[in-house]
Design a protein around this ligand. Structure first.
Ligand code: S3P
Length: 175
């Protein structure tokens, strides 16, 4: 039975890598945010604005426990998932965990390219966004680093880069 969790900052490539890794290994793929959105019939943004972050974190934890029962699956988590409750320790007991590490410049580019969909960075100007990413990364890194493996996910901009990063993931997992 294989269960792989991908963790890391917003826009570090968890969903892109997760889908492709799952496909290469013949596993199912679950994106935690999308799963929550399907369950609540609301976007993560709307959950944040209507119920608040604290409630979102409770929902996120509960749904994390639900999807962690699935077998033969790659699960991409939200950027904050490992940083609340005992979520990171829990994921480590439930399967393999990979921290996708990406530099601030690349994260900022991807966040901008994705538009306004992320509630925590909505409306931030370029400089402000980079400072925010740097500060948040410092706070969150100690949680991400508890993952069993770390993988550089700076290069996921075209299919050959994605394929290469998928191969590295398979190698570090010894699969
Ligand atoms: C969050 C990251 C988002 C989403 C929510 C909160 C965070 O997921 O879970 O907006 O706290 O960093 P992505 O990492 O997929 O952007």
């Amino acid at each position: 039975m294989t269960r792989i969790f991908l963790v890391g900052f917003m826009a570090c490539g968890k969903t892109t890598l997760g889908k492709n890794l799952a496909k290469s290994l013949g596993l199912s793929f679950v994106d935690l945010d999308m799963y929550i959105e399907g369950r609540y019939y609301k976007s993560v943004s709307d959950i944040f604005s209507e119920l608040g972050e604290e409630k979102f974190r409770e929902i996120e934890r509960r749904i994390l426990h639900e999807v962690s029962e699935f077998e033969d699956v790659v699960i991409s988590t939200g950027g904050g998932t490992p940083c609340f409750f005992d979520n990171m320790e829990y994921m480590n007991t439930m399967g393999e965990t990979i921290y996708l590490n990406t530099n601030t410049e690349r994260i900022a580019e991807r966040i901008k390219a994705a538009g306004d969909k992320r509630p925590l960075v909505r409306g931030k100007k370029d400089d402000e966004l980079k400072i925010y990413i740097e500060e948040m990364k410092k706070k969150r890194e100690s949680f991400y680093k508890k993952a069993k493996h770390t993988l550089d996910s700076t290069f996921l901009e075209d299919y050959s880069q994605i394929r290469e990063t998928v191969s590295k993931a398979i190698e570090i997992l010894s699969l």
